[in-house]
Write a protein that binds this ligand. Sequence first.
Ligand code: NAP
Length: 288
Amino acid sequence: MHATATARIIDGVAVSAKIRADCKGRVERLARRGIKPGLAVVLVGSDPASAVYVRNKERACSDVGIRSFRHDFSADVDPETLVATIERLNADPGVDGILVQLPLPPHLSVARVLRTISAEKDVDGFHLYNVGGLVVGDTVFPPCTPYGVVKLLEHEGIRVEGQNVVVVGASNIVGKPMALMLMQRDATVCICHAKTRDLAQFTILADILVVAAGKPNLILPQMVKTGAVVIDVGINRLADGRLVGDVDFEGVRRKASSITPVPGGVGPMTVTMLLVNTITSAERRQAE
Ligand code: NAP
């Protein structure tokens, strides 16, 4: 990799559009066999951000021909009611994927809820079975955000094998699966988190730097190797209403070879990979 005056901007909207066109083709092929993929979307409470995410997911489903079934519950829903609903959806042949929008209110056990979703319909990839699959390199449903990052890198023709990858953030939904997926592709991976001492001494070594911490301006130009590929997963709403990532975009784009913007980078890919996983589930079930 070599330095350029300003980085190539990785267009997540354009890559998403290509993958969604492919999704439509797969849905049409299923339709010829009388199958219409279905996604159940479970929303608990009235968190405005969650409501927006859920609406975007429903809209994306309808764009490619996936049916979505919405199940709304009040924030004080009884855990048994929620679990019983998921069990019903597990048994429903019209449902190929079940998505429970996170976060959940504190009285609900996320672990229990995620464990209740059948591994066969776990299109978010959070069930322990799918997490285990990720560890041994044999996952059915990769979690959508890191899966989206892998697809972005593929579409951009960015080699992963043998590269030094630094992942900033170690959450179960982004950082950890991201690191596993890139290790599976033969990168040398380092994971940093909030207790990492001197973050910059690690990030400066990255050929590919993936940042998912939820901290605006965490990554400054002096922390980035010249010519690195920088993937910004962060989504932060500033006090003035602007949406920004975790990377100082204007500074870092002068050092990186490629960089994802926020918005318009990883975000659109996350929803797209949910569609991909739901269609994959329908195809698998149809093949049974
Ligand atoms: P999370 O559960 O809050 O995890 C954040 C991770 O970052 C934790 O591992 C934390 O370390 C680490 N971290 C926090 N501050 C740090 C610092 N100063 N230096 C190094 N590491 C630090 O968040 P998440 O769910 O993974 O999401 C991360 C960001 O990605 C958020 O902005 C979220 O909105 C965004 N996101 C975007 C998409 C998308 O589609 N683009 C999807 C999901 C999430 P500890 O483990 O030590 O606490």
